[in-house]
Design a protein around this ligand. Sequence first.
Ligand SMILES: [Cu+2]
Length: 233
Amino acid sequence: MRKVIGVLLAIALVTGVALVANRPGPAGAQGGGTIEATVTYAGAPVVEKLKVNKDTEKCGTEATIEKVVVSANKGLANAVVSVPGAKGGAPKAVKTTVDQHGCKFVPHVSAMMPGEMDLKNSDDILHNIHTYSTANPSINKAQPKFKKVMAEKFEKPEMIKLTCDVHSWMLGWVAVMPNPFFGVTGADGTAKIENVPPGKYTVEAWHETLGKQTKEVEVKAGQATKVAIEMKK
Ligand SMILES: [Cu+2]
């Protein structure tokens, strides 16, 4: 009996050690590197304006649809930068949230790993989320003003287009990514991806109207690697 217990204890110990060893470590603990991406576009910004005659107290009288947002230094906002070939890493701790605010999707582009996200309605009016996708089922759901948050699930990696059937100009994107190594460029066109395991990768930048560009990069342990990606028309 004592022998059996001894064997069981040994198994438990080995299993325990294996579990701990397989768990992703805290930031930098396993010698990951950082990718500092700058996405640029040499072309002009594209902004569409539309007269609004519905829910104007919340939506205003003119809708601004920012198709291509470019800074003075040619930095391209709202581009999703990712490392499709990277393995491992822990899912992001913060749940992705998209708010419907001022009859706009805020942020215009967001990114998440497969799972659940929150769709907020802070407008106090009726919105109707309508998504366009191929790998994930389409969502077409009213969100009355009293329904402040709706949780929605996207299980498969792909770029999902968000629209609203009440306000035709509302447009947004949710990028569902296969791993946690992604970022969305800010107003200056930069995005930082941390804790990438060392190795050679193809970094991808995606933009809703400018498409996709890639760049080869080598990530080294404990170092920041800069990558510049230029989007073309
Ligand atoms: Cu709406």
